[in-house]
Design a protein around this ligand. Sequence first.
Ligand code: CP
Length: 328
Amino acid sequence: MTEIVFKKEIQWKKKHLLSIEDLSAKELSYILELAKAFKEISTRPVKKVPALRGKTIAFLFFEPSTRTRISFELAAKRLSADTVSFSVSTSSVQKGENLKDTARNIEAMNVDIIVLRHSASGAAEYLSGVVSAGVVNAGDGMHAHPTQALLDVFTILEYKKKIAGLKVAIVGDINHSRVARSNIQALKKLGAQVTLCAPPTMISPYFKELGVEISCDIKEALKNSDVVNVLRIQKERIDENIMPSIAEYREYFGINREKLVNFAKPGLLILHPGPVNRGVELSPDVLDKGLIEKNIYSVVLNQVTNGLAIRMAILYLIAGALGQRGKK
Ligand code: CP
């Protein structure tokens, strides 16, 4: 097992990752640079470095997750940390224990970092105020999903070799999306132009204040964009009358071969944070392949691969910051 050596451009002092809002453009770039080095580790025959040996990381997931949970766990293991996972359905939450008491009891076992997913917006920030461990936000309600935004930007950078000046459309249920909010912040800080595209019932005019364009025309968005990040349509919310039906959403906003052939800019890059409703927001052929004849690629699985590297970088930086400051 070999250690990795980084050019230390900045001294990382933040012991929590709660939101992209808290990071400067320089810090974002540093994380992306670091993630490149961590990505290489996962291609080695022995996919492990001793960077976090002796550290303990707990995963508190109060909401379902496949990608975020597994990649965080794998990231910790590849850095040689000890890990402990918490499942709401088999925990004392079922007996009424609240988030604070649950986290403080887990922390009492000398846990260094807590990775939290929770349905309440602000849960990660709240937790950072009641524990002395480092806290990483793995998605809190509609508020933020910082590591998703980082892995999205990392993936765009890999394919497009730049972020500044790119035109990026985020398509789907913007109002309810923590992924959209975190992506907007990361992309804007790094100099991209962002357009939000959805039916008017899925975008509040408030988003304009974030310095983005708003469009309700998917054809225009496809014509003008270098990258499109497609969000999951939360079928459960269709009942809230934000769209008459899934079929209607698919008709007007679903991205399929026909729309790509007729409207998309050649070279368009297609992202989706997952999980995908196959055949709703993306047709199966577009999801799996893109449209090769126009050099249009779907990089959904590449995003998942990159999520592991980003999460290794984040855990590494936070563990380093805790080492300097002590936990308190
Ligand atoms: N993108 C994302 O957060 O996926 P999971 O809910 O599966 O973690």
